[in-house]
Design a protein. Structure first.
Length: 263
């Protein structure tokens, strides 16, 4: 079933239509500048600090992230599409786990999703997106590091391995939090379940990438760079052209690891 078209239509009504075209375009460009030219400001100032930027993220970048993660999961080994439980750490508007569900075969049951974020607007938006996309999701406002399940659970893990998703979230953490996070993810991937990390292709966004990729490959994981040639839906194509963006492909980097028993 095509869930993307009606969802994009609902996003347009919710986030694009309330603005005049030039107002939305201005907000979209400002958001892009915050993530690219002024990335150093993110530690002290949220990129989503105005209603216009929040709408631009929800209606433009979130669908792009959805399409990118769906392609990544489709390109990974079949075991990536067998998950039944996803904890989306730094979930934002919830599109990552929704895309992971969409990449699975339609005959499989829906995944159960827990989305963790500290931004209440993002969590409210995630709940709305999950309702639109048919995701069985629960949102929780919390620190993502504190919510990583233990590598050795007190009770047996479900038959299908659980998964942790961190999409475009680690690059916004302070360095001390990144250092604390890596061993927790390695332990989880080695002993309990799947871990999928997605970050931008731009090296400046994740200077820690090579060290993390080395740690993941040592436990049998993999690190990839992706450039997907995907025809954008009309709404995204129009918004991209209006903002003057050159977008020939969907690009991202990913790290992926599963326990040895799941390979």
């Amino acid at each position: 079933m095509d869930v993307l078209t009606p969802w994009l239509g609902a996003l347009h009504t919710r986030h694009v239509a309330p603005y005049r075209p030039q107002e939305f375009t201005r907000a979209l460009r400002a958001l892009s500048a915050r993530y690219v030219e002024r990335r150093s400001e993110l530690a002290g100032r949220s990129a989503l600090d105005s209603a216009g930027k929040r709408s631009a993220f929800a209606a433009f970048y979130a669908p792009l992230h959805y399409l990118t993660i769906r392609e990544i999961v489709r390109a990974l080994p079949e075991v990536a599409r067998e998950v039944a439980h996803i904890t989306d750490l730094g979930c934002g508007t919830g599109v990552g786990a929704a895309a992971w569900q969409d990449a699975r075969e339609n005959s499989r049951p829906r995944v159960q999703v827990v989305g963790i974020d500290q931004n209440q607007w993002a969590l409210d938006e995630a709940k709305w997106n999950w309702q639109q996309l048919g995701v069985d999701g629960r949102a929780k406002r919390a620190d993502l590091i504190a919510e990583i399940p233990p590598a050795h659970p007190a009770r047996p893990a479900p038959p299908a391995p659980p998964a942790l998703l961190l999409a475009w979230s680690i690059n916004e953490l302070p360095r001390h939090a990144q250092a604390q996070l890596l061993p927790l993810l390695i332990a989880f991937a080695r002993e309990r379940g799947h871990v999928l990390i997605v970050e931008p292709l731009a090296r400046g966004a994740a200077p820690w990438w090579d060290g993390w990729a080395s740690a993941f490959t040592k436990i049998g994981g993999r690190a990839d760079e992706w450039k997907f040639r995907v025809e954008l839906p009309p709404m995204l194509k129009e918004l991209s052209a209006r903002a003057g963006f050159q977008r020939d492909y969907l690009g991202a980097r990913s790290m992926w690891a599963v326990p040895a028993t799941g390979r």
